[in-house]
Design a protein around this ligand. Structure first.
Ligand code: AMP
Ligand code: GLY
Length: 431
């Protein structure tokens, strides 16, 4: 008779979320022969092809499902579940989770907390104040050169940052945020900070509460239109590794930002475990922290995972046993580029669902990650149901070829109102 513990060799994994990031996580996990079953909640019409989608609207529903179905790992994709304490509720029942506790998720959940924390640990960041007093906020805004950055402290799904071009706009923004009209509770406190001019990087650290390993640097493209024009979005495309970040810069990001953050969070009794995402502005070769997110970026996750060779399950286990520093994290050589295909009302509103058609393409060029897609029934056509609909992911040995591959796939995907940037990775290719 075999004596092995089946739990060590076979896994049932639940992924929480419904975007391209969760699809990418599922696609990666599907390649791991130890995964017996994969579930998503709520998932999307794309994840339904990788596993089983479930409607589990409340934390308690998730906990009960994990218990009744012997789920061995829960991977939480997005910030709202983390800030809502899902990890803590699962861990309290002995269920293993990839993702930080509610207390550690405050690094993203409260920009006021984050800024005070980083200031207390001498982590380089923009000069700021955080306050609920409109007069104090305005006085500080008036003391700063233009433009001035105003942020709602709480979670706003990427919409809570305004770059005011005039002091009048700064004052009006402060009033409207603090009145609660625009962002409700999330705007009860604002952060006013100086504008930093440089280029942005997304840097991810796998953290086990004490140690961390940085992943290859990524660059996102936040604005809706080419040349960084138009409104901010969740991200219109990304690539990795970014040649705009050399080892010297990555070392500074490790020692000046990640090391003091992990030490500081541990010291206050809220160690950070999971993936910590630092949004960095590089000004004259020096890194400044713009924001922390307590989860993988979307679309950064979709470009990191195709190059990641170390199984995510091993990473989850190393984090759980506080051994992340000992696990070699291997990435394959080459580059990955992801181009977001959004629906015509993105990022302002929802769109009419339109059918998606996909022309055949050479699968060695890359693949599609599905995000804002739905289906009326398992046999009906997939619909572009709004927001960021899908990503075209190109992989190749050079950045230029990976970009070309991503655009070849992007051009193979059609739906009414398809919106995309045509300059993803151009900054790096020109540099
Ligand atoms: P955040 O959610 O704090 O990262 O802000 C969203 C976006 O606003 C960032 O990705 C930047 O493009 C921009 N941003 C935020 N803070 C600053 C700042 N202090 N200086 C310049 N741009 C900023
Ligand atoms: N791509 C930025 C984010 O996930 O917030």
């Amino acid at each position: 008779m075999q004596t092995h513990n089946p739990q060590e060799n076979f896994h049932k994994v639940l992924i929480v979320g419904n975007g391209g990031r969760e699809y990418a996580l599922g696609l990666h996990l599907r390649q791991d022969s130890r995964i017996q079953e994969l579930f998503f909640t709520p998932g999307n019409a794309g994840t339904a092809t990788l596993g089983t989608n479930l409607a589990l609207p409340h934390n308690q529903d998730i906990v009960e499902f994990c218990q009744s179905s012997s789920i061995t790992w829960v991977i939480i994709g997005g910030e709202s579940a983390l800030v809502g304490g899902l990890s803590d509720e699962l861990r309290a029942q002995g269920i293993k989770v990839f993702g930080p506790s509610r207390a550690a998720a405050e690094l993203e959940g409260s920009k006021a907390f984050m800024k005070d924390f980083v200031a207390a640990h001498n982590i380089p960041t923009a000069r700021y104040i955080q306050t609920s007093d409109p007069q104090k906020a305005k006085d500080f805004a008036l003391s700063l050169p233009l433009p001035v950055v105003i942020k709602a402290s709480g979670l706003c799904a990427g919409k809570g940052v305004i770059i005011a071009q005039t002091h009048k706009q700064a004052q009006d923004t402060i009033d409207s945020m603090l009145s609660g009209k625009e962002f409700g509770q999330a705007g009860e406190c604002v952060v006013v900070e100086e504008f930093l001019s440089g280029y942005e990087l997304s840097v991810f650290g796998l953290c086990d509460g004490e140690s961390f390993t940085l992943l290859p640097p990524c660059q996102d493209h936040k604005q809706l239109y080419n040349d960084d024009k138009g409104p901010n979005t969740g991200g219109m495309g990304a690539y990795t590794p970014s040649p705009l970040c050399d080892q010297a810069l990555l070392d500074k990001i490790a020692t000046r930002i990640f090391a003091p953050t992990l030490a500081g969070m541990k010291a206050r009794g809220t160690p950070f475990s999971g993936v910590l995402f630092a949004g960095i502005m590089v000004v004259d070769s020096e890194p400044y922290l713009l924001e922390f997110n307590v989860r993988f970026g979307d679309p950064e996750c979709e470009v990191l995972l195709p190059l990641l060779q170390t199984p995510l399950l091993d990473i989850c286990q190393a984090i759980e046993s506080k051994q992340i520093a000992r696990l070699p994290i291997r990435f394959r050589d080459g580059y990955c580029v992801g181009v977001v295909l959004a629906s015509h009302n993105y990022p302002f509103g929802s769109s009419t669902p339109y059918p998606i058609t996909i022309a055949p393409f050479d699968s060695t060029l890359g693949h599609i990650c599905y995000a804002g897609v739905s289906q009326e029934s398992a046999t009906s056509p997939m619909l572009a149901s709004g927001g960021r609909v899908a990503l075209a992911i190109g992989v190749a040995s050079t950045l230029a070829q990976a970009r070309d591959n991503a655009y070849t796939i992007a051009n193979a995907i059609s739906f009414e109102g398809k919106l995309l940037r045509t300059d993803i990775a151009n900054k790096a290719l020109k540099a």
